[in-house]
Design a protein around this ligand. Structure first.
Ligand code: NAD
Length: 316
């Protein structure tokens, strides 16, 4: 199942995110995910594994598992590359690292610009979160550079943004020529972002949810909010619903999004979970269950740039 984008192309509702996918096993992980049935891969310059992810994709194509046009590949412009002069060079680097001719979706990763550091000096994967120096490139300038690439019609099939709140998105829409095709945001029952979701849908922008399992991914990063909040995967309500449908709690959390046409991109290295996370379109939660889950809202954000590098970068 897929969602139609305002660019005219379609984006699968279920995909695989490659944040923290190990470089040593990245190619194999992606190859196996394609074998399991994944067609959408959510990558980013910042994840430092573009080369390996590209290797997995290209091997699957070479082996005849899929054709390039069967896949939907997303990648994201990192914060150091917001300068309009750098945006296309940055995309070119992504494409050459991944050995791809085009991306299906090119996202601005964060509404944050950092001072440019030449690729040869330091490149994502080598940054860590230290040494961030803020820059002041207006978001619309970066967006206009993305629009130009999109309009040329060769290197990207759609453009979008990630981690924008309502105000920033509204401001971008006032000035943009091309409406973003997708907004990618943190979205789970502890952070439902209802007003933003409604606004974005009304504007014909598709949504991709990340961190669908809440804090799960952030526990290993020592994130205090993640360590101190009860896991959604073990939550009493989610467990009760899962039992009713003979599904896992992970599948309920993914269905909670996909049933509202919000795409999901969970990550797993485990073969069973990989399969399980794809099987989330064959049951429907009831209205009552949606209302019960709505009560879990805590406005609890796990991925917040204010936690980076002690710089007090606060954008939300
Ligand atoms: P996630 O919600 O997918 O959680 C991943 C964690 O859940 C891992 O620890 C994994 O082992 C575990 N898991 C996976 N499937 C499971 C299952 N069926 N049962 C139990 N546990 C399971 O969260 P995430 O890694 O935060 O996000 C997924 C993807 O979203 C990333 O890989 C990345 O592509 C994207 N992302 C984007 C941004 C952004 O700023 N745009 C930020 C974070 C993540």
């Amino acid at each position: 199942m897929s969602v139609k984008l305002n660019s005219g192309t379609s984006m699968p509702l279920t995909g695989f995110g490659v944040w923290k996918v190990d470089r040593a096993t990245g190619a194999e992980t992606v190859y196996n995910a394609i074998k399991t049935g994944y067609r959408l891969f959510d990558a980013a310059q910042d994840y430092g594994n573009c080369i390996e992810i590209g290797e997995g994709i290209n091997k699957a194509i070479a082996d005849g598992l899929v054709k390039r046009e069967d896949l939907f590949i997303t990648s994201k412009l990192w914060n150091h590359y917001h300068d309009p002069e750098i945006v296309e060079k940055s995309l070119d680097r992504i494409l050459s690292d991944m050995n791809l001719e085009y991306l299906d979706l090119f996202l601005m990763h964060f509404p944050l610009s950092f001072k440019f550091i030449p690729f040869e000096k330091k490149y994502p994967g080598q940054f860590g979160i230290n040494g961030i120096e803020l820059d002041n490139v207006p978001l619309i300038d970066t967006w206009k550079a993305m629009e130009r690439i999109y309009k040329e019609g060769k290197k990207v099939k759609a453009i979008g943004v990630s981690n924008f709140n309502g105000g920033l998105l509204m401001d971008l829409l006032r000035q943009a020529e091309i409406t973003p095709a997708v907004l990618q945001i943190e979205h789970h029952p502890y952070l439902q972002q209802k007003a933003l979701v409604n606004y974005v849908k009304a504007k014909g922008i598709a949504i991709t949810a990340y961190s669908s399992f809440g804090g799960q991914s952030y526990v290993e990063l020592d994130n205090p909010a993640a360590k101190n909040s009860p896991s959604l995967l073990e939550h009493e309500l989610i467990t009760k619903i899962a039992k009713k449908y003979n599904k896992t709690t992970a599948q309920v959390l993914l269905r909670w999004a996909t049933q509202r046409e919000i795409a999901v991109i969970p990550k797993s290295n485990n073969a069973n979970r990989l399969k399980e996370n794809l099987e989330v379109l064959d049951f429907d939660l009831s209205e009552e269950e949606f209302s019960e889950i709505a009560e879990l809202e805590r406005n609890l954000r796990f991925n917040d740039p204010k936690d980076w590098d002690g710089h007090n970068i606060c954008i939300f």
